[in-house]
Write a protein that binds this ligand. Structure first.
Ligand SMILES: Cc1cc2nc3c(=O)[nH]c(=O)nc-3n(C[C@H](O)[C@H](O)[C@H](O)COP(=O)(O)OP(=O)(O)OC[C@H]3O[C@@H](n4cnc5c(N)ncnc54)[C@H](O)[C@@H]3O)c2cc1C
Length: 721
């Protein structure tokens, strides 16, 4: 019987392997789940919440996972075209391809949450709005990565979306600047990390833009002179150990001071260094103590040897002075004394030798007086400065345990030759988004007395217009929200004011700053294939973040340097910053070309950003992210519950990827899904009831559309999108 079961399992496996297309083997399915940030072997908590029918049944979970992973693989195989239930079914083998409901529900779930079918792709199934007409209008504030993600998703769900953007361009903190001879300079975000599992990788795949890896081949310079790579590796090793220790601590215990504030990353590094330094001092103290003890023992043995030698010599002299036959008893006794003294001398001489060689050994291997040489502290400080670049804030202000909540995989760092803003523009164009540039939102009125949300918007020519929508998605940056809660007239005003919990969350989240100095020369005097990325180490700890990294797009004549940490908020004149950068380059390369164009950013003064990105400050708690995402709600009499009016997105609402383009995109998609789930219902679980939970006949004034049309579908009608 057992052999029968065994062979049937084996046959099943063979059937599975044969039935899978050439690319849909198990490894590819698992890899597809990983690339979509999902575990391949279990449903996520979010999935379980949406698919209660699989909770208690192992087989149902297996079927679910097979269909889900095949859906992800189907999408990843062709990300230019909508992945439909029919496509997924074609890639499934029996019996998994028979559960049409499950296939459709999974495709809907993954599409709704922007895990598949997002970005710049061709839709196959006609969009069917699943909400009342008056619930269809949405205004998205801000046309950065978060706004574009939210708008593209919402249009897919059937909403009418208008985007209002204060600037005369889209992209927000991803900003291209075309220099005098049309070379693209990135003034905002320039590097894309975590691409192995990032939705941005899909956009790049869809848009097919030229890209290149950054951070290759780093060379370090201190005051124009290359740093010894051996010492660099040594200090980098120490830093990696210290960072590992911090990471371990962050995951294992909470570190707050007596005021309940988190310890800063700078403080945590200092603690680690002090701990190691203390260990070094203790070792040095023990070394000195051992030296002293061994030297004393050696001296003691030496003196003992001298004494014993003297005793033996005196005894010998006495024996020599005795006449033949005189006092034989005394002679014998003296001779015996001489023998025992010499025996003792041998023993002491051996102890002396041991002490002596111990002393020599100690002298040969002296203990260090200090952990790190003052010169090496420069390298160390560069590494901390580099963290300030990654976090976009001085380490004194960054919460030490912030890594515990961040996705730490950085992998290959990629840059786009035409810039990140061009990528976002391409997606927005393809999806035909209605973007109103030069529309600066002044007030957001979400009073319960209105039917929806009323925006007061200032157009480029100064005219103030009112715009109304059922819902608003705000992607106002954290810097702008901070100004809002300070009643700064430059930031939009909320009426009624934001709830206290949200105000507290905005106050407690950090708003960081990275600035850049971008230089365009007439020729590239750096080696384009080699040192297109290098590092200058500041001799001064306070200025460690000033012009620490240099990067250039290979083949271009533009080179960029960054100002981070304390140095980012500089009050120096632009010309001084440019001259400093030119001097640093001249020190390294001696011969530089002619400067054609230069640009220094001041993101702290930009009225539509007031900073570069959010970070976890010493007061940030995880609950603050929930508060930041939480929509502004109004009680709905009909539905007898609170309904969202203003939803929030932006990089600062995505704790795993704060201050990144990826985080911004994911937050926009999340806000769009939240709104659609709330208004359209989770279409994949309830296909008969309408959006408002009405369930039966139609309300006269709230007419629903019924223009459903499927261009391509599985054999039986597909549920509404
Ligand atoms: C110098 C610098 C370097 C960076 N480097 C990187 C990097 O290497 N990699 C990375 O992933 N990220 C980087 N970032 C961070 C990244 O740019 C942001 O996290 C991301 O672009 C934020 O997108 P968002 O949509 O949340 O916000 P934004 O892009 O800021 O979009 C918000 C939009 O709202 C608009 N807006 C503001 N106020 C109003 C108003 N009153 N009315 C109407 N519209 C308004 C703004 O104009 C803006 O377009 C960097 C940022 C800076 C500044």
């Amino acid at each position: 019987m057992s052999s029968e079961t065994g062979s049937s399992e084996h046959d099943d496996e063979e059937v599975r392997a044969d039935s899978l297309g050439p690319r849909m083997d198990e490894n590819f399915l698992n890899e597809s789940a990983r690339r979509s940030r999902m575990p391949h072997d279990r449903p996520t908590e979010h999935e379980l919440a949406f698919f209660p029918e699989i909770w208690d049944c192992k087989t149902a979970i297996e079927i679910f996972l097979m269909i889900r992973n095949t859906t992800l693989a189907t999408w990843l195989t062709n990300q230019w075209k909508e992945c439909t239930a029919a496509d997924v079914r074609n890639n499934l083998f029996p019996p998994f391809n028979s559960d049409l409901d499950m296939i459709q529900n999974i495709v809907h779930y993954l599409s709704r949450h922007a895990i598949i079918n997002f970005g710049r792709y061709t839709r196959v199934i006609k969009i069917k709005p699943r909400m009342f007409r008056q619930q269809r209008d949405v205004i998205v504030i801000g046309a950065g990565a978060a706004g574009i993600a939210a708008a593209t998703q919402l249009t897919t769900f059937g909403f009418n979306v208008i985007m209002v953007e204060a600037r005369n361009r889209i992209g927000g903190r991803a900003q291209n600047y075309k220099s005098k001879n049309d070379v693209v300079m990135e003034l905002g975000a320039d590097s894309l990390r975590n691409l192995e599992d990032s939705p941005i990788a899909t956009l790049m795949h869809q848009v097919q833009m030229e890209q290149h890896a950054a951070f290759d081949n780093q060379s370090m310079f201190i005051e124009g002179k290359p740093v010894d790579p051996k010492r660099d590796r040594l200090i980098a090793g120490m830093y990696i150990s210290a960072r590992g220790a911090l990471h371990w601590q962050a995951h294992n215990r909470e570190h707050r001071d007596e005021n309940g504030k988190f310890i800063s990353r700078q403080q945590a590094y200092e603690n680690v260094i002090n701990l190691v330094e203390r260990g070094t001092h203790i070792k040095y103290f023990n070394y000195c103590k051992s030296m002293e003890e061994v030297a004393r023992a050696r001296e003691y043995h030496f003196n003992q040897m001298a004494q014993l030698r003297m005793t033996a010599m005196l005894a010998e002299k006495r024996v020599d002075q005795m006449k033949d036959g005189e006092d034989p008893l005394l002679r014998r006794s003296l001779k015996r004394d001489i023998v025992t003294t010499m025996q003792k001398f041998e023993e002491v001489a051996q102890a002396f030798e041991t002490a002596n060689s111990h002393l020599e050994l100690l002298k040969k291997n002296p203990a260090s007086k200090q952990y790190m040489h003052p010169m090496d502290f420069r390298n160390w400080n560069f590494l901390l400065g580099f963290e300030e670049y990654l976090y976009g804030a001085p380490l004194e202000k960054v919460q030490f345990s912030c890594d515990a909540h961040k996705n730490k995989k950085h992998g290959v760092v990629t840059r786009l030759t035409d810039g990140i803003a061009a990528l976002l523009t391409s997606v927005a164009q393809k999806r035909n988004l209605d973007i109103r540039l030069n529309h600066r939102v002044r007030t957001i009125d979400w009073s319960p007395s209105h039917r929806g949300v009323k925006l007061s918007v200032e157009k480029g020519d100064g005219e103030i217009v009112d715009m109304n929508a059922a819902f608003v998605i705000s992607t106002l940056p954290i810097g702008v929200l901070k100004k809002t809660i300070q009643n700064d007239p430059r930031a939009p005003k909320f009426t009624p004011p934001l709830p206290e919990e949200k105000v507290e969350a905005i106050r407690c989240l950090g708003s960081g700053l990275i600035n850049k100095c971008v230089l365009q020369y007439d020729k590239a005097f750096w080696e384009p294939s080699d040192r297109y990325h290098f590092i200058t180490i500041s001799p001064n700890i306070r200025t460690r973040g000033s012009q620490l990294l240099w990067s250039a797009v290979p083949g271009s004549t533009v080179i960029t340097t960054y100002m981070v940490g304390e140095s980012a908020n500089t009050t120096l004149d632009d010309q001084i910053i440019i001259d400093m950068a030119k001097d640093a380059l001249e020190k390294i390369f001696r011969q530089t070309g002619t400067l054609i164009d230069a640009k220094v950013t001041h993101w702290q003064d930009d009225e539509f950003a007031f900073g570069s990105g959010s970070f976890m400050s010493l007061r940030t708690e995880m609950k603050h992210f929930e508060e930041l995402c939480h929509p502004l709600e109004v009680h709905d009499e009909k539905k007898k519950r609170a309904m969202p009016r203003v939803l929030f997105a932006g990089e600062h609402t995505c704790p795993s990827y704060t201050a990144t383009v990826q985080g911004a995109w994911m937050s926009g998609a999340r806000a769009a899904a939240d709104l659609a789930n709330e208004i359209c219902g989770v279409g994949f679980t309830d296909l008969t009831m309408d959006a408002g939970g009405r369930g039966d006949g139609k309300d006269e004034e709230e007419e629903e559309d019924s223009d459903i049309e499927f261009i391509e579908d599985v054999d039986r009608p597909m549920p509404e999108q």
